[in-house]
Every structure is written in C-alpha cells, then in structure tokens.
Ligand binder design. Structure first.
Ligand code: CP3
Length: 349
C-alpha cells in the first residue's frame, strides 16, 4: 500500500477514516502464547529487546493473528536510561529495577556515539521491520518514554504506586530535576530521530506516570518538555507525526491538545466529550478503551467499543486502549474488538 493511503497515517495527517484505524498499546506481549514461547528462548527481557531477530519476530506476531493498522517496535522505554549507562534490570513478577539517581550525584552524561552503539540493535530491528512492512497497510511506529516517566523511574529506583520520592525531589530540588528532564529530553529526541532515520513512520511518547503529578508539576515536567520535544522533532522531521500519551493528566488534557502533536492518546479516565469539542481542527484522538473490558469480552466489550466510536466520531480517531493490554487478556477478545470496530460479525471468544 502506498504510504499516502495507510489508514493510520491518514488520521495522523488530520483526516477522518471510517471505520477508524486500530492498534493496541502493548499489542506484542505476554497475552500471546507465541510471545511467551520466544520470550522463553531469550536470556532475559532486555536481551529480547536487543536481539533484532527476536524483536522483529515478536513485533510481527500480533499482525499475523489480527488485522491491525500498526506495528509498534518491540522494545522498552527503559532502554534509554540503560543506554545512558544506568543499570536497569527486570525482576520476574516485580517489574523494572533502576539504579537510583540522587541530587548529590552528577547527571548521567549524554554521549550520542556511545548511546547509538548501545542502541544499534534497536535501530537494526526498526530497519528490518521497515523492510518487512514495505507495501503493507500497517504503519510502523517507534516510541520512547517521555522525560518525566523516565526521570520517575531513575529518581525512585524502580516502580512505585505514586512515585512520592520522585515527586518530593521535583519540589525540593527543582534545579536538579529540571536539569535531569533536559538531559533526558536530549536523549529522547536523539533516540526518536534515529528511529525515524531507520524507518519509523510515526512515533509515540509514553508519559505513563504523568498522572501522579499535581498541575503545577505536570505543566513543568510533563506538558512543557513534551511540547519542546514535539517542536524539535517537527523541525528535524516535519512529515513524521508524533503521538503524545500523558497518562492520567486529567483536567489538563485540554492543554495537551495544544502541544502541536499529531495525536493525543487518552487514558481510560479521560472524559472525551469535552475534548472532542476542543479538538476541532487540532490533533487526532487515540485511546480510551479500558484494557479490563477487553479482558471481559462479549456484549459489554461490543457496547463499549460502540460508545467510543460514537463519541469520537466527529474527530480524526485512532481506535486504541487507554493503557497497555493486560497479560491475561484472551486473544479471542481482541478479534471481537476488531470486529466490533469494523461492524463485522462478532466471533465467539
Ligand atoms: O506496545 C508494544 O507492544 C511494544 C513494546 C512495549 C513494551 N513496553 C514491552 C514490554 C512498549 C511500548 C513498552 C512501554 C513501556 N515500558 C511503558 C509505557 C507504557 C505503559 O505501559 O505505561 C512502561 C511504563 C514500561 C516499563 C515497563 N516495562 C514495566 C513497568 C514493565 C514490567 C511490567 C510487566 O508487565 O511485567 C516492563 C516490561 C515489559 N515491557 C514487558 C513487555 C512485553 C513484559 C516483560 C516480559 O515479557 O517479561
């Protein structure tokens, strides 16, 4: 399919497509038995991310099962701090662990050459995916964690329910945290620039922990840095659309519509009615569907898909979840969801 007619790229350039293009955050992952099989062959999760042959394979797995409109590079947001020389590990059943950074330490230096050497396998994965997807309907999406979410892991030393330690530093040591955000922003722009050079046709910034910040911090550490990154990428790659996902930003979502992004991803708690009115002529809207209703499946899933199609009908819309797919999601429910989006007969689970 010529690039200009890919449904997702059409929506990202401001057109409405009916039915809307569909992809799912974390569409490659543990809910697929074929993913678990490949994952078992890799030494650990990060080796899977850094082995192009395996990363290409798991990126393409969901496309073999389902008619989706995008392939998203298989990697992780924490490869950026890892490439900056910060120890990162994934502990089975516990999530990521990151060496904690505190204000008495120097900021991690950003050396683009060392960074690119570390991430060469990720760029290689992207290049192979671009070749594999040539002439097909799927748009190839690259991504990075947004500076605040990466900073949150670094300042906290891993996952947290509320990132209270990172938030405390944001208030108590503003110069240090602002400098960290600036350093991470530089690395994120460079990383996305290299992904685009390797073949990414659109990129998404995941700010998964935007929602733990009160509005003054969210404006300073989430919205302002996202706006600067979008502007710098637009300068370097004016034709590559950027999607921003400030998860949990709540009442600041209207401000996220003004960052200059091609699309804004809505989390499960966003109130779309108010945003649709403001989004006219602005960014496309993506997301909303609760990953838990995808686990539920059946009639309730079909009704929820229809509600979202209706409320986002006036604007350019990319159908997606409001957060990543849950590991216990039955793959048959993804097929039900796709049929509901496209007005086709709903298959049994
Ligand atoms: O969307 C895709 O299919 C592409 C791959 C992708 C992964 N992580 C693979 C992954 C993407 C886009 C991410 C982004 C990511 N990683 C985010 C932002 C999105 C979000 O969910 O909010 C965040 C916060 C991370 C950090 C991260 N990576 C955590 C907290 C965990 C552990 C939690 C868990 O589910 O185990 C990971 C690991 C991870 N990243 C897995 C996958 C498939 C599971 C690891 C495994 O297979 O053992």
């Amino acid at each position: 399919m010529p690039q200009g007619t890919k449904p997702l790229l059409q929506v990202l350039t401001g057109r409405r497509v009916d039915p809307p293009p569909v992809w799912l955050m974390r569409q490659a992952g543990r809910y697929l038995p074929e993913y678990r099989e490949v994952r078992a062959r890799a030494a650990d999760f990060l080796s899977l991310c850094y082995t192009p042959e395996l990363a290409v394979e798991v990126t393409l797995q969901p496309l073999r099962r389902f008619r989706l409109d995008a392939a998203i590079l298989f990697s992780d947001i924490l490869v950026v701090p890892h490439a900056l020389g910060i120890p990162v590990t994934f502990v089975e059943g516990e999530g990521p662990r990151v060496a904690r950074l505190d204000p008495t330490q120097p900021l991690p230096p950003f050396d683009p050459e060392a960074f690119d050497r570390h991430l060469a396998p990720v760029y290689e994965t992207m290049a192979r995916l671009a070749t594999a997807l040539q002439g097909r309907r799927e748009t190839l999406i690259g991504f990075a964690g947004a500076p605040w979410t990466l900073a949150a892991y670094l300042l906290e030393g891993g996952s947290s329910r509320d990132f209270a330690g990172a938030r405390t530093l944001a208030w108590a040591q503003p110069a240090f945290v602002d400098a960290l955000i600036a350093r991470l922003s530089e690395a994120v722009v460079h990383f996305l620039d290299r992904q685009i050079a390797a073949g990414a046709e659109a990129v998404q910034l995941f700010d998964s922990w935007a929602g733990c910040l009160p509005p003054p911090l969210a404006r300073r550490l989430v919205l302002a840095p996202l706006g600067r990154i979008v502007a710098e990428l637009a300068r370097r790659h004016p034709h590559t659309p950027v999607i921003v996902f400030p998860r949990g930003i709540g009442q600041l979502y209207p401000e996220a519509l003004t960052l200059g992004a091609a699309a804004v991803a809505l989390d499960t708690t966003a109130v779309p009615e108010a945003l649709v009115a403001r989004a006219a002529g602005g960014p496309a809207l993506q997301g909303l569907l609760d990953p838990a209703v995808l686990v539920a499946g059946g009639d309730v899933l079909v009704r929820e898909v229809q509600r979202i199609l209706e409320v986002l009908q006036p604007v350019p819309h990319i159908f997606n979840l409001g957060h990543g797919i849950l590991p216990h999601t039955p793959p048959g429910h993804v097929a039900q969801m796709l049929a509901a989006v496209r007005g086709e007969r709903i298959p049994p689970a």
